[in-house]
Design a binder for this molecule. Structure first.
Ligand code: NAD
Length: 469
């Protein structure tokens, strides 16, 4: 099928590359000329596993990049809209990018097009998109608007797209549902995973993908409700971690015991410095805002956000507890991206903590495998960037772990202890076992677990007195 994807960001580019891999003819359109030029020149603008392979496999053949939206739409049957929907000051989603795409599409809708909301949008958006396209002169019989929310996670976006738990299509008629079914056919019938050149299927994923057809409104709510629920799980375990710190219990044990219940599950029950990224914070706010507009005060979501915000503050308190005063302290930082596996720093709690520490007068030396260039654009010279965890640790008063990159969980601990000025690690991601850190002579602070002192100074585990107070 000929397909246009509008927006070449984290979702649009991955969707475009994956749809080309499913066998479709895809044009990815962006109004950022520099992005289009870079993509046409062979650059891979985001850090995402398997994306370079897919781009080099299809670029210039089944996958093209363009700045001309009407032309792309005229040549396509399906048009995925994957532009940003950032939060406004009041928390609701800013839909002006979606609206401007709808206006532009209107003139090009001639034969029959399915306009597909891929962006995360509040309920009723599909009705508005339809109205805008009609207002701008399109024939009502020439198009349908459907909702097809995207559930990919940055870092595993390609395999999430190709091996999804479910594909939700919100279609209010059979004609548009048939088009959606055709687009995803190789995933729904399992033929994609059997191809010899398929991107490898991750362990634990099921094929074929389950197709769930709903109304457009339900599909819109499914996306908001899913993200709000996952954010709530994270805030829940973070709140439990606070209780653990107060009583000297170990949140990892709680997580194992609670998560073993198949009704609950252990995923998204990792305590830390809070969720971030371009989705959870804004989607929780947007769902709250849309519920309020519809007459329901969804106060649970306010609490989810409050607990999340507090996690950063609690982490900073641990840094103070470990180092007393902050002005002039040298801190090594591992991780700046909002989570491991991506270079995305939007709403990154790691970056926000680094900025607070810089504001308090700390000298921060940071390392991140993928996000440093993006952070440098924000922080300029206020943060020093280095090329390895070891350089970040060297001569620092403490090492802070702020992002759960896999490479940070396998550090050479003896070397780390020797490189640090003081053997102190403050881990916002619980990547290590406290007793192992103590055995290696490190004083170790983590989330929801007792702080341990380096074995050679004072071997006794102590509870976090500040948190208990
Ligand atoms: P992004 O900011 O990375 O990309 C958006 C792209 O759209 C940009 O390249 C921008 O230049 C382009 N754009 C904006 N207006 C345009 C226009 N009028 N014409 C053509 N291009 C235009 O955003 P993203 O992270 O890819 O997210 C896109 C949507 O998908 C959001 O609604 C987001 O909530 C949702 N989503 C994101 C993720 C994720 O992990 N990032 C996951 C699921 C859903």
């Amino acid at each position: 099928m000929r397909i246009t994807v509008v927006g070449s960001g984290y979702v649009g580019l991955v969707a475009g590359a994956c749809l080309a891999d499913l066998g479709h003819e895809v044009v990815v359109v962006d109004n950022d000329e520099r992005k289009v030029a870079a993509l046409n020149a062979g650059e891979v603008p985001i850090h995402e596993k398997f994306l370079p392979e897919l781009l080099s496999r299809h670029r210039g053949q089944r996958l093209k990049f363009s700045g001309n939206l009407p032309e792309a739409v005229r040549q396509s049957m399906a048009v995925f809209v994957a532009v940003g929907t950032p939060p406004t000051e009041s928390g609701d989603a800013d839909l002006s990018y979606v609206e401007s795409v709808a206006r532009e599409i209107a003139s090009a809708v001639v034969d029959y097009n399915v306009i597909i909301e891929k962006s995360t949008v509040p309920v009723y958006t599909s009705e508005w998109v339809r109205k805008i396209i009609l207002r701008n002169g399109a024939d009502p019989a020439a198009f349908d608007v459907v909702s097809n929310p995207e559930f990919l996670r940055e870092g595993t976006a390609v395999t999430d797209f190709l091996y999804p738990d479910r594909i939700v299509i919100g279609c209010d008629n059979d004609r548009s549902a048939e088009v959606m079914r055709n687009i995803y056919e190789p995933l729904i019938n399992g033929s994609y995973s059997r191809r010899r050149d398929a991107i490898p299927q991750p362990d634990g994923t099921a094929t074929p993908a389950r197709l769930i057809r709903t109304s457009t409104k339900s599909a819109e709510i499914i996306k908001h409700a899913s993200n709000a629920f996952l954010a709530m799980k994270i805030s829940f375990i973070n709140a439990v971690a606070c209780v653990c710190e107060s009583v000297g219990a170990n949140v990892n044990e709680i997580r194992e015991g609670v998560g073993a219940d198949s009704r609950i599950g252990s995923r998204f029950l990792n305590p830390g410095i809070g969720y971030g990224g371009s989705c959870f914070p804004k989607d929780v706010l947007a769902f709250h805002a849309v519920a309020r507009e519809c007459g329901y005060d969804f106060r649970l979501l306010e609490e989810v956000t409050r607990i999340n915000d507090e996690q950063q503050w609690r982490f900073l308190r641990k840094v103070r507890e470990a180092l007393w005063t902050l002005r002039g302290k040298r801190l090594g930082v591992l991780g700046l991206a909002f989570k491991g596996g991506t270079d995305d720093i939007r709403e990154s709690p790691a970056l926000s903590i680094v900025q607070s520490l810089v504001n308090e007068g700390c000298h921060v030396t940071a390392y991140d495998p993928a996000a440093m260039a993006r952070v440098q654009e924000v922080t300029g010279s206020t943060v020093q960037f280095v090329d390895s965890p070891s350089e970040a640790a060297k001569g620092s008063d403490a090492l802070l772990i702020l992002t759960d990159w896999e490479e940070f969980s396998g550090l050479d601990l003896d070397r780390l202890r020797d490189e640090l000025r003081y053997p102190i690690v403050i881990d916002g991601r619980n990547l290590y076992k406290p007793e192992v850190m103590a055995e290696h002579g490190l004083t170790y602070y983590s989330v929801g677990r007792a702080t341990v002192q380096a074995a050679d100074s004072s071997a006794e585990a102590v509870t976090n007195q500040v948190d208990a107070a």
